[in-house]
Each structure stands twice: as C-alpha cells, then as structure tokens.
Design a protein around this ligand. Structure first.
Ligand code: B4P
Length: 190
C-alpha cells in the first residue's frame, strides 16, 4: 500500500493537490476537513461541536478526528493506499495514526510538506473566502488564528516524520501543475 501524508499550513494547497493525486494514483482521499464539514452539513452532534471550533480557527479535539479516520480505514479495507490530507495535525494524531496502521500491518510511506509563506496563505484563503461560503476563510483574524494553531500544534508533526526518515519538502508557490510535477517525482520514488 502507498500511504502518503500531505502536509502544510492552511491554504498551502493540500486539498487542491490531493484531487490530482487521487486521479493519477488511484488512492483514497481522507481529508479530516472535508469529513468535519460533512458532519456539519448533516447536522450531527459531532458537527455542531466541531463547527464552533472551526469557525474560530481552532483545531477540533484529537479523539474526534482519530475516531473519524479509524472508521474510514475500516470502511476501505481493499484500498491501494490513502492520501491523508490535513491529518495528522498534532503529534498525538501522528502517533495514533502509526498505531492504527501498525494494527493493520501497514505504515505511512512518506510525508510531503508544501512550504508557503504566511502572506501568500492569507491572500489565497481570503480569495477563496469570497465564494467558498466557508466562515473560516472570510475573516483575516480567523485565518491568522489558524496559522498560529498550525505553528503551535501542527508544525512539530514534521519532526515526527523526520525522525522516521519519511519527510519530504516541496516549494508550494508556483502553478498547481508545477507543484504537482514536483510531488509526483517524490511519489514515483516510493
Ligand atoms: P482543512 O479543510 O484541512 O483546510 P485548509 O487547511 O484550509 O486547506 P488546504 O491546505 O487543503 O488548502 P486548499 O488546497 O484548499 O481544515 C479546516 C479546519 O478543519 C481546520 O482549521 C480545523 O479547525 C479543522 N480540522 C481539519 N482537520 C483537523 C485535524 N486533523 N485535527 C483537528 N482539527 C482539524 O487551498 C486553499 C486555496 O488556495 C484554494 O482556494 C486554492 O484554489 C488555492 N490554491 C491552491 N494551490 C494554489 C497555487 N499553487 N497557487 C495559488 N493558489 C492556490
């Protein structure tokens, strides 16, 4: 199985590049952001709780997203592999993912980190916020909060994969096609 973690700050292009990757490599896309937004649009209790946090730019509790990922892995037992998009976002989530995969005799093949500076992230997310309808994209203060959450809680996840010699970094500024070509060079080596 090919199991990739697509990593980067909010607006780095993880969702955008995931779409290209699933088409080319036939992997299952697991986006915790999309799963949470699905819970919100279905009006579930979990969605109601998550919405409050997401609208403020705060990460939802580890146990919630780990549970969602575990269910999705169980529901896709015959997959060729997975793209983890926006997960793990904390070191606790990374450790839990390793445990889940080990229990299924699987492991993460590699992490690909998209590097984008804060000014570009703000510009992209405000632009998307004009028509995405996502409350967390519409407000510069919420976007700054998301970037702070990333720096405080998510950036250390890179170290977790560096220690396992699974870390790869890509320049996330350029055209979507240029960035996809750079990602594919890494994926093909796996
Ligand atoms: P996510 O849904 O994961 O979203 P994201 O980080 O905002 O975006 P992404 O990096 O995927 O950017 P995209 O490709 O869309 O998270 C939302 C919230 O959910 C979090 O704040 C948190 O509250 C919660 N959450 C999710 N997972 C969690 C977890 N594991 N634990 C706890 N909480 C969790 O690109 C953004 C924009 O840039 C798009 O408009 C795109 O068109 C544009 N773009 C992409 N590539 C570009 C390029 N090369 N050049 C110019 N623009 C580009």
């Amino acid at each position: 199985m090919l199991n990739l973690v697509l990593f980067g700050p909010p607006g780095a292009g993880k969702g955008t590049q995931s779409q290209n990757l699933i088409e080319k490599y036939g992997l299952i896309h697991l986006s915790t952001g999309d799963l949470l937004r699905g819970e919100i649009s279905n009006g579930t209790a979990l969605g109601l709780e998550a919405k409050k946090l997401m609208d403020e730019g705060i990460l939802v509790p580890d146990a919630v997203v780990i549970g969602m990922i575990s269910n999705k892995l169980d529901a896709n037992k015959d997959a060729k592999g997975f793209i983890f998009d926006g997960f793990p976002r904390t070191v606790a989530q990374a450790a839990a993912l390793d445990n889940l995969l080990t229990s299924k005799n699987q492991q993460i093949s590699g992490m690909i980190a998209l590097e984008v500076n804060d000014d570009e992230l703000l510009k992209r997310l405000l632009l998307r916020g004009k028509d995405s309808g996502r409350p967390d994209d519409a407000n510069p203060e919420v976007i700054s909060k998301r970037i702070k959450e990333y720096n405080d809680k998510t950036a250390p996840v890179a170290e977790f994969y560096k220690k396992q010699d699974k870390f790869n970094s890509i320049n996330g500024i350029g055209t979507v096609d240029e960035i996809f070509t750079a990602i594919c060079a890494i994926v093909d080596a796996y």
